[in-house]
Write a protein that binds this ligand. Sequence first.
Ligand SMILES: *[C@@H]1O[C@H](CO)[C@@H](O)[C@H](O)[C@H]1NC(C)=O
Ligand SMILES: *[C@@H]1O[C@H](CO)[C@@H](O)[C@H](O)[C@H]1NC(C)=O
Ligand SMILES: CC(=O)N[C@H]1CO[C@H](CO)[C@@H](O)[C@@H]1O
Length: 484
Amino acid sequence: SLALLPTRLFKNMLYIVAMRAQPAYNQSILFPAGRVLCQMVPCGSEEVDESIKSAHSAYRKWSKMAGMERARVMLEAARIIRERREKIAKLEVINNGKSITEALVDIDIAWQCIEYYAGLAGTLAGQHVQLPGGAFAYTRREALGVCVGIGAFNYPFQIASWKSAPALACGNAMVFKPSPMTPVTAVILAEIYKEAGVPDGLFCVVQGGAETGTLLCQHPMVAKVSFTGSVPTGKKVMEMSAKGVKQVTLELGGKSPLLIFKDCELENAVRGALMANFLTQGQVCCNGTRVFVQREILPKFLEEVVKRTKAIAVGDPLLDGTRMGASRGSDLTTVSFLQGANVLCGGEPFVPSDPKLKGGYYMSPCVLDNCKDDMTCVKEEIFGPVMSVLPFDAEEEVIQRANNTTFGLASGVFTRDISRAHRVAENLEAGTCFINNYNISPVEVPFGGYKNSGFGRENGQVTIEYYSQLKTVVVEMGDVENYF
Ligand SMILES: *[C@@H]1O[C@H](CO)[C@@H](O)[C@H](O)[C@H]1NC(C)=O
Ligand SMILES: *[C@@H]1O[C@H](CO)[C@@H](O)[C@H](O)[C@H]1NC(C)=O
Ligand SMILES: CC(=O)N[C@H]1CO[C@H](CO)[C@@H](O)[C@@H]1O
């Protein structure tokens, strides 16, 4: 059932950005089957320059349109995505390897995001301020210009939508570089925007890895860079952007804590812990991989979690029944990570029975017990389906331990005690705290990190601030003071 579409996709890439023949080929791997999906030529300085210039001229037209007009085009794009959700989701599965069930959710969140910012496009406005002597000032909310979006491999289509929707709503253009591991679906988004009626070049896709990313961050015509990826790369993006005084939004990694108190609804806490760790094969930046469980309920919790984890259907991601697909080549030989932690289940390369999938990248989801706070598996991102479970005794203690990390993307707490829930939410150092659930990201609420997990926000009304700037216009109604 893995229909390959290399010719069409390759043609589409050429269609968006004319690519020069270059010796260095980048291969995009078809994760579910371990075969080469397509070969790409990374964009060099000429292609990057060309796409930024075409984005800039599109921005001139687009930013002069009324917000309501931009909204109409964006609503049409959202409608097309919704209409083709199954087709796009299938391509996302081939692109990334996640299960079709999850890919459909990603695509739905993507069109919802575009719809949401279309709704805000008509509301962008400044302020009127009265000054002495009849003078007054007003502010105009203006676009920034050409924004660069750099995506990660875990949510290719969704990230392209999360970045482009607020950018376009505010009147900007965007040049988007998907991860070289997942080059496919951003191109589909570009085609859909064009079909919906955005000016040519307003949303451009350039392909490539770190070198192409560097060219984008250093280009003098770029006003802003929004990056999703690892902390080390995020720091480089910020450094390069600083040289040109460009605005930056960074959505970086996490090692988020999930606190499970003994008074919780255990069934929900178990479901939450699974959601926190095993969505998209564990390759989610806000996943709650440090699961702190109050000692009294630890045996019961582990028993349930291990039972359910063993039952997770790993395999062909295009089948409806599959709950975990293929990951980015991570057969986690986690042994080196373990340092005395107990493997309760999983953690091994998994070979699906379907011979077509023999070469694919599968791993059985893993639960680790007997973890200590200073173990590598607890402190560092593994980026795979691995849950580390840590016992705790008291609220104050667990908050200190939960905060004791350089990351701060998300956090979660399961408890029936309403005061405790809000107290814990206040004290955890993270950009999001989920109470009695985990890993839900409605487009209406801001998403982003504390500490090394980044800054700036995506989604929610506030993101308008990150894609626009204020111009103050001061109007004198009388004479200029005769001072000299
Ligand atoms: C998701 O879970 C993995 C597995 O433990 C973890 O290493 C990683 O930090 C999480 N993903 C991200 C992007 O933080
Ligand atoms: C924080 O972590 C460090 C190193 O891992 C450790 O030495 C320290 O005791 C921890 N602090 C708390 C409050 O857990
Ligand atoms: C509010 C609170 O308790 N914050 C703590 C979180 O943990 C860090 C490190 O363990 C402490 O420095 C904070 O005081």
